[in-house]
Design a protein around this ligand. Structure first.
Ligand code: NG1
Ligand code: ZN
Length: 532
């Protein structure tokens, strides 16, 4: 049972800053690190309650603020199979974080117990990790204080990428079952990826070295560890790998910088022939890029990765003779219009559009046998249903081509981190496709040409007055604004624009695309003017 006096005593050491309103959003709690002490303590409590509710299954806690500035941090929960916290619990998280006093906190805990019907005397089990942020250790200590008071069984997974924490959470909950996901250790993670990669690329000519911008984050040491298992097949040239100098994390580097600025990180010598990619600060996003013969920067973002992945898997499934496996792609409104047209008209694959946020993409992708999902910013993965996995594992194949395709598909189910988008796993996935097809980044890029696009942030008095529908592509409030947007967009060739409130920042985002750069910028400017 929970000793509420002990909870109150411990909570008193992690007081809530008065007057601050916390919200568990699309990425958990995320803000300036100095505001997070009470929040992380309480997330520790929440994790323990969640575990008690789920018959003592292990719950993951990740301390990271991803691509956000170094002074920020964040905390989120991972459910037993490596998915994001179930949505109905976000509300419990928010209530816990906002309890004004230690007594209120106890009341909220008791409410959650009654509301969810959980048994407070159950054991609980938690695994936690953090990225390289300087604020990480103190926040881990706050989580540990909560877990100690609740008598939880704990595993400190140390400094890890977000996807490694998702991976280990799933492993810990499936060990010894028929769904066993892998060894619940970092060695197990790299071994699983390394073995699958070898299966996919050995006996093929190796590509040239890959330059990896690690955003001065946790990806840097992890790529070095990866190189120990795949080094015979690929050379990595790691840049922006300084995790010790203050202020460098995500600063003028990383996937978010490259995607939003549409240029290489300063200092990277991106000449024609160099193959490059960027991770974000917790290594769950990746974008690729290269320079044309004339030196022009070319981005291969999440949409391009989705197209490459879908086309490769469609071919393999066809060659393998596994026609009953249905493949689909999931995007958000930020997907470039050309990518959607390519998927629909060239690959002829069903495409769904869902609201921003990984959990929406993930759940939609679960509806297919093979669900490919990527956000344009480079966060994504591929999900194989148990039907797909059983078909692949039990297929025999009548010809050598069929056998080979079946083996490749089987290796892909191990290479791809099916719990969440994973820069390291996605990078190996892309590399294995390029190696199998023996194509360059430029040849990959030629699948379709992106429409010029622009993403603008607008600071408004109250972003909560903006309400959307149709996977965030239309505004329902403020009343009348959508009609004005439609009128402005109408004359633009291939014009598209939408407005939505950010779930992670106090801004409204305006997205625009059109046939030419000039039209696109003009359109973005006009729509931003409407919102402001
Ligand atoms: P918001 O702030 O709601 O736009 C951003 C990204 C999302 C997702 C989340 C979580 C854009 C336009 N939005 O969401 O794709 O990654 O952060 O980190 O990139
Ligand atoms: Zn991230």
């Amino acid at each position: 049972p929970i000793d509420y006096n002990k909870v109150k005593l411990a909570s008193a050491k992690h007081p809530k800053p008065p007057g601050v309103k916390f919200t568990y959003g699309t990425a958990g709690f995320r803000m300036k690190a100095e505001l997070l002490d009470s929040v992380t303590f309480r997330v520790g409590i929440l994790a323990s309650l969640r575990s008690k509710k789920l018959d003592s299954k292990t719950i993951g806690v990740m301390i990271t603020a991803s691509h956000n500035p170094e002074e920020d941090n964040g905390v989120k929960l991972v459910d037993p199979y490596g998915e994001m916290l179930e949505q109905s619990w976000e509300e419990h998280a928010t209530k816990l974080a906002n309890a004004e006093s230690d007594d209120d906190l106890v009341n909220v805990i008791q409410d959650i117990i009654v509301n969810t019907g959980l048994d407070g005397s159950n054991d609980s089990s938690i695994v936690y990790a953090r990225d390289t942020r300087p604020s990480g250790p103190a926040l881990v200590a706050a989580v540990e204080d909560a877990l100690k008071v609740l008598g939880a069984k704990t595993l400190d997974f140390g400094v890890k990428t977000t996807p490694e924490l998702h991976y280990v959470t799933r492993c810990l909950n499936t060990t010894g079952t028929e769904d066993a996901y892998g060894e619940p250790t970092e060695e197990g993670y790299f071994k699983k990826l390394g073995d699958a990669f070898r299966e996919l690329v050995e006996r093929k000519p190796h590509p040239s070295a890959l330059t990896v911008d690690a955003a001065n984050g946790v990806g840097a040491p992890k790529i070095r560890q990866l190189a120990e298992v795949v080094g015979e097949f690929i050379d990595f040239n790691v840049v922006n790998d300084d995790i010790y100098t203050k202020g460098k994390l995500n600063f003028q580097c990383g996937a978010d910088f490259v995607k939003t600025q549409q240029r290489a990180p300063p200092g990277m010598n991106l000449v024609s022939g160099v193959r490059a990619c960027s991770f974000d600060g917790d290594a769950d996003r990746i974008v690729y890029y290269y320079a044309d013969e004339d030196g022009k920067f070319r981005l291969l973002d999440g949409d391009k990765i989705a197209g490459l992945a879908a086309s490769f898997i469609i071919d393999l499934v066809r060659t393998a003779g596994l026609g009953d496996i249905k493949i689909g792609v999931v995007q958000t409104a930020y997907a470039n219009g050309s990518s959607t047209a390519y998927l629909t008209n060239v690959l002829k694959v069903p495409v769904s559009c869902v609201p921003t946020g990984v959990k929406h993409l993930h759940h939609e992708a679960e509806k297919y046998d093979v669900g490919v999902y990527f956000e344009a910013n480079g966060h994504g993965t591929v999900l194989f249903s148990s039907h797909a996995i059983n078909s692949i594992r039990s297929a025999k194949g009548g010809t050598p081509e069929q056998v080979e395709a079946i083996n490749r598909l089987s290796a892909l189910t191990n290479l791809i981190n099916q719990t969440v988008g994973d820069a390291i796993s996605d990078m190996l996935f892309v590399e294995s496709i390029l190696t199998n097809k023996q194509i360059t980044l430029k040849q990959w890029d030629q699948a379709y040409t992106d429409l010029p696009n622009r993403l603008v942030k607008v600071v408004v008095a109250d972003r909560h007055i903006f309400r959307t529908t149709d996977a965030e592509r239309k505004l329902v409030e403020p009343k009348g604004l959508q009609d004005k947007i439609n009128t402005i967009v109408a004359p633009y060739t291939e014009g598209r624009s939408f407005v939505r409130p950010s779930g992670t920042e106090d801004v409204v985002r305006v997205y625009a695309e059109a046939a030419t750069r000039q039209e696109c910028d003009e359109l973005a400017f006009k729509i931003a003017g409407l919102v402001f």
